[in-house]
Design a binder for this molecule. Structure first.
Ligand code: UFG
Length: 334
């Protein structure tokens, strides 16, 4: 298949590109490099021995995007490009809505013009907001995100549902990710956020690298076994494999609009993750307990039956792998 990957040099995008290339798909990347680096293209080439065609363009510029569609005959699109920092989205809602929604609308218009009708969209478990119970299944109430970043995911999901209702020749697969961590086993690609990170694993790595003294664990008085929040951490390579499964599932027999959780189905506490990191990599991360972070969901993990039954997708990597591979990438980066 010839696949356009937007945001293909970002964290999840780059790992997905590697998996697609390894399976013989042809990939074209568009990325504006706002939160990624051009060197990632060299790393993808080093891992796969293939250098995908790359366009540095912003999805807000529809003419540029139209040109990409004019020059290529795509079978399908995987759409990762978007701003994703929760805190920043609260400070700059207009920028987030403009970038994520307008970028997606431009992409959909170009797809329609070129009659490319298959799209895999990168959504998030944040659409569930505060879940009533766990594990969360795909039919749980959504449109519940607690910040503008998350709301952009809710709005885009709704746009896709409305488009499908108006024209069922579209094939849309919405993937709701839980908490992606880890890195490629080569150590060449991984998560490399600009500025001071606010997600857990990038922060753990910052402490392990000696750039911050201590990790603050936000809250140890939740109603969980060790008092810290519980998340469904998923290795980014497993997540990338989930995208390949999703895109390969979009055949004429399986057309339509589908929604899948991508997680392991297993809850791991923040403290367990930090302890595992220290066990597998040496005691590198000092931590202390602090106040709860406003807006945090106490417990969040996926029901994974639908992805397993329909896509044949199951995670293979352990929490140990996630911790080892994340640190291996950090060491390579230095
Ligand atoms: N945490 C700490 N200390 C830190 C950073 C995080 O204790 O320095 C804790 C948080 O309080 C939370 C857990 O680690 O309990 C995970 O926090 P993250 O910020 O890594 O992830 P969240 O689960 O809050 O958010 C993630 C994604 C969002 C997405 C959401 C959807 O980052 O983009 O999942 O479920 F919207």
């Amino acid at each position: 298949m010839k696949i356009l990957v937007t945001g293909g040099l970002g964290f999840i995008g780059s790992h997905t590109v590697v998996e697609l290339l390894n399976l013989g798909h042809e990939v074209v990347i568009v990325d504006n490099l706002v939160n990624s680096k051009i060197e990632v293209l060299d790393k993808i080439e080093k891992i796969t021995k293939i250098r995908p065609k790359f366009y540095q363009i912003n999805l807000l510029n529809k003419e540029d995007l139209r040109k990409v569609f004019g020059e290529n005959n795509f079978d399908s699109v995987i759409h990762f490009a978007g701003l994703k920092a929760v805190g920043e989205s609260i400070e700059k809602p207009l920028e987030y809505y403009d970038n994520n929604l307008t970028g997606t609308l431009n992409l959909l218009k170009c797809m329609r013009e070129s009659e490319v009708k298959k799209l895999v969209f990168s959504s998030s478990a944040c659409v569930y907001g505060f879940p009533k119970s766990n594990p969360i299944d795909e039919s749980a109430p959504c449109n519940k995100a607690t910040n503008p970043y998350g709301m952009t995911k809710c709005f885009i999901e709704q746009i896709l549902k409305d488009m499908y209702a108006s024209d069922n020749s579209w094939d849309f697969t919405i993937l709701r990710y839980f908490n992606p961590v880890g890195a490629h086993s080569s150590g060449l690609i991984g998560e490399d956020p600009n500025g001071i990170p606010n997600n857990l694993m990038p922060y753990i790595l910052r402490v392990a690298e000696g750039k911050s003294e201590k990790l603050k664990i936000f809250g140890n008085d939740y109603e969980t076994e060790d008092g810290t929040c519980i998340r469904d951490f998923i290795h980014v390579v497993d997540l990338a494999r989930g995208h390949v499964k999703a895109i390969e599932h979009m055949t004429s027999e399986n057309g339509g609009l589908h929604i899948y959780n991508l997680g392991t189905g297993k809850g791991t506490s923040v403290l367990e993750l930090v302890n595992t990191f220290n066990n597998v990599n040496g005691d590198l991360v000092k931590f202390e307990f602090g106040d709860r972070r406003p807006g945090d969901v106490p417990v969040n993990f996926a029901k994974t039956d639908k992805a397993r039954e329909e896509l044949g997708f199951a995670c293979e990597k352990t929490i140990e792998d996630m911790c080892k591979d994340s640190w291996n990438f950090s060491k390579h980066k230095k």
